[in-house]
Design a protein around this ligand. Structure first.
Ligand code: NDP
Length: 314
């Protein structure tokens, strides 16, 4: 086998991709992970992870990803720390993966596990306080805001779901929506659930001007989207962005089928519409979006890919 030729190439080095790599490498499949230029996925942006089974005292996100990577290395997974730019299928049914540096890698099967990226507002104060009270994952970080006031930014189903979830911990949850009551994107049922929750207060027609605080969040400054009014919510200690996620699928949009919001379409557990290309994790899942579900799907994709490779040798 040539040095740039593998049995399987896994694109994406988050929990889905690394779990897949552990399985394929342990099955003696020559495995390359194209882990991207910011390896580890969204978990490296979080601090404590309390809900990944096996760590009774919790584990910090970057540490968990380092351990998963080491585990894959132990079984001889190879890594390149660069982004994939294109995946193409050759006439003989194998695949060519081109990186942004122009390097080519070949394999008989591919698993795409490039995840999704949370959208951020792009404010300097928001970026400065990321991980210090500003988060894009209520399930991951909500627990740290027990009996505190928090704000959820957004007016879609994610915002309603995150706000409702946060009421388990927080004393008060503001939902900051830039549109008016009746114009939100959220589905009626999820909106009603949030409206009926006594801990939730909607702030319509306002957007975030600034996240206040130096080392941690200490209030939220808002700007009206209809008048020139500015107002402050001084009690807010946590800010949760729920303005959507963008699946990282641009580089495969010409080869695999995507759903209307850009996620990879899956059929039969981890299959795409292209024979030999499998999918795992948030790149195909906007519903669960958990490290443990991504890891589980990584395992499934590896087993499906292994079966596919075996079928080629028959
Ligand atoms: P959506 O695109 O549906 O909603 C995004 C929200 O964020 C909108 O209210 C939008 O406001 C707002 N927003 C976007 N940019 C900004 C900004 N810069 N400042 C302030 N607000 C902003 O994304 P979701 O993540 O909520 O949902 C994505 C998909 O996943 C949907 O199809 C949804 O139904 C689905 N989903 C389903 C769930 C379930 O069924 N349990 C749970 C979560 C998501 P505006 O309207 O003004 O553009």
């Amino acid at each position: 086998m040539e040095s740039n030729t593998y049995d399987i190439i896994i694109i994406g080095g988050g929990p889905a991709g690394l779990t897949a790599a552990i399985y394929t490498s342990r099955a003696f499949l020559k495995t390359l992970v194209v882990e991207g230029d910011a390896p580890g996925g969204q978990l490296v942006l979080t601090t404590d992870i309390d809900n990944f089974p096996g760590f009774s005292q919790g584990i910090n996100g970057p540490e968990l990803m380092i351990e998963m990577r080491k585990q894959a290395e132990r079984f001889d997974t190879s890594f390149v720390s660069i982004n994939a730019e294109q995946v193409s299928k050759k006439d003989d049914g194998s695949f060519e993966v081109r990186t942004t540096a122009g390097d080519l890698y070949l394999a008989k099967a591919v698993i795409i596990s490039t995840g999704a990226s949370a959208k951020w507002l792009g404010l300097e104060s928001e970026q400065k306080l990321r991980g210090k009270g500003v988060s894009a994952c209520a399930t991951c970080d909500g627990f740290f805001f027990q009996n505190k006031a928090v704000a959820v930014i957004g007016g879609g189903d994610s915002a309603m779901e995150e706000a409702t979830f946060l009421t388990k911990f927080a004393s008060k949850v503001y939902i900051i929506a830039r549109k008016d009551k009746g114009e939100l994107k959220a589905s009626k049922i999820m909106l009603k659930r949030a409206e009926d929750n006594p801990k939730i207060e909607f702030v319509y027609n306002f957007e975030v001007k600034n996240v206040l605080g130096t080392d941690k969040v200490a209030g939220l400054e808002l700007r009206s989207t209809v008048t020139s009014e500015i107002k402050t919510l001084p009690d807010v200690e946590g800010v949760f962005l729920a303005i959507g996620h963008k699946p990282n699928t641009d580089f495969v949009k010409d080869i695999v089928e995507l759903d209307p919001i850009g996620y990879i379409k899956v059929s039969n557990n981890t299959k795409t519409n292209v024979d030999g290309i499998f999918v795992a994790g948030d790149v195909a899942d906007h519903r669960y979006r958990q490290a443990v579900t991504a890891a589980g799907m990584g395992c499934m994709a590896a087993l499906d890919a292994e079966k596919y490779l075996n079928s080629l040798n028959k």
